[in-house]
Design a protein around this ligand. Structure first.
Ligand SMILES: Cc1cc2nc3c(=O)[nH]c(=O)nc-3n(C[C@H](O)[C@H](O)[C@H](O)COP(=O)(O)OP(=O)(O)OC[C@H]3O[C@@H](n4cnc5c(N)ncnc54)[C@H](O)[C@@H]3O)c2cc1C
Length: 393
């Protein structure tokens, strides 16, 4: 089997890359370890930056998004029993879009299948080879296709944090920068009408909480918990009780309760592997970097990476120039490190650290107070939250 670009992973990064390449007449084959059903029902991100929406439009997969997504002009944060609104639109002229990652993935898979471009789900023993020479390939097997050697010009490693691509790069090539946080998020998806129009972030003595939503009938809520927390320690009543407590403020608002459809505990980590390239293997999305979800940047960074990669590959094929491919890692990392800083800062600002450091608590309080009272401080937060511009869009 032969193609121009072999894409490992059918998450948002891999699928969006395939679609952007298709628009530029570049062939690709996507190889995914999981089933289509699994990929389409993995509940994760939900906040899309303006630039990510523009990219989905560019890829021709934004029709349902424009019909069903919720556009938010601001969000709130709560501390000391008070609520403060960050007017994203007023401060930056931009909004954010609430649309579940699983819906983005469904739209991208539907477009991929409609185009007739190959995607192999449930691929086993995926290996990437030869990317340091001129003859890269991806080996895998599926029930339908049997053992496959997919020869290609380039490999896009879009296989997430636990994929094979990054680990296939020889030792010593990548520098790893990492921070593991001393807490995790307990996340639930509830069949409940979102009883407030915008997201609510809370800094509370008992820990962080976040009220968000995925649709007019689905609420998504998070609680800070210890990093090794077990789900069975959190029966429904405890979850709702803690959410009510941490999200409470003087306005008396409380989230509406409903059946809990999904629950998970997600560890919190910052991670960057650089450079994001080794020979003809290009890493994109979570395969190269992770942010704690507080700043809602992971999916958006993945989309930004593949935008840069699609432009670089287009230049290679259309004009025979590799300058953009050579600059790929540097171009992406500039945005990645900005988002790493923002996500680390939001996380440090809103979570309770276990060591009981009163100096840190006072600093958090001073910063929250500053955000609530200074337009300049709120603007920095808003500009980063809505997302910095994407060159060329
Ligand atoms: C609880 C939570 C909340 C989040 N909230 C937000 C948010 O609000 N906003 C935001 O922007 N981001 C958020 N994120 C982060 C976001 O979900 C990720 O950054 C995003 O999924 C990255 O996309 P990706 O395509 O790079 O990787 P993934 O989504 O991880 O996709 C990788 C794909 O590769 C496949 N794969 C893995 N190994 C192999 C292999 N060996 N061979 C073939 N395929 C393989 C996987 O099955 C998967 O389909 C959140 C994450 C979590 C966990």
């Amino acid at each position: 089997m032969k193609t121009q670009v072999a894409i490992v992973g059918a998450g948002p990064a891999g699928l969006l890359l395939g679609q952007l390449l298709l628009g530029r007449g570049i062939e690709s084959v996507i190889v995914e370890a999981r089933s289509r059903d699994y990929a389409e029902h993995r509940v994760r991100a939900g906040v899309l930056e303006h630039g990510t929406v523009a990219l989905l439009e560019e890829a021709g997969v934004a029709d349902r998004l424009h019909r069903e997504a919720l556009v938010h002009r601001g969000f709130e944060f709560t501390f000391d029993g008070r609520r403060h609104r960050i007017d994203l639109e007023g401060l930056t002229g931009r909004c954010i879009t609430i649309y579940g990652q699983q819906e983005v993935v469904k739209d991208l898979i539907a477009a991929r299948l409609a185009s007739g471009s190959p995607v192999h789900f449930e691929a086993r023993d995926v290996r990437v080879e030869g990317f340091q020479s001129g003859t890269p390939s991806v080996r895998f097997s599926t029930l339908d296709a049997g053992e496959v050697k997919l020869e290609c010009d380039f490999i896009a490693g879009c296989d997430g944090f636990h994929g094979v691509c990054r680990d296939s790069i020889p030792r010593g090539v990548l520098a790893i920068h990492e921070r593991v946080y001393p807490f995790a998020w307990l996340g639930i998806l509830a069949q409940a009408r979102p009883s407030r129009e915008e997201l609510v972030y809370a800094n509370h003595d008992e820990g962080f909480a976040l009220f968000s939503m995925r649709s007019p009938s689905l609420t998504r809520l998070y609680l800070q918990v210890p990093p090794d927390e077990r789900l069975d320690a959190w029966p429904d009543a405890r979850i709702w009780g803690e959410l009510h407590r941490r999200l409470a403020a003087s306005d008396g608002w409380q989230p509406e309760e409903g059946d809990i459809l999904e629950r998970m505990v997600a560890p919190m980590r910052s991670f960057v592997a650089e450079p994001m390239r080794c020979g003809r293997l290009f890493l994109a999305g979570d395969a190269a970097h992770i942010v704690p979800p507080t700043g809602a940047k992971g999916l958006n960074l993945a989309a930004a990476d593949v935008w840069v990669l699609s432009q670089a590959l287009a230049r290679h094929y259309a004009e025979g120039h590799d300058d953009l491919l050579d600059a790929y890692s540097q171009t992406c990392l500039r945005r990645v490190w900005r988002a790493e800083h923002f996500s680390w800062w939001m996380t440090s600002l809103l979570h309770r650290f276990p060591e009981g450091d009163s100096f840190r608590d006072r600093l958090q309080h001073a910063q929250l107070d500053y955000l609530a009272s200074s337009r300049a401080a709120a603007l920095v937060l808003a500009e980063n939250y809505v997302g910095l511009p994407l060159a060329g869009l």
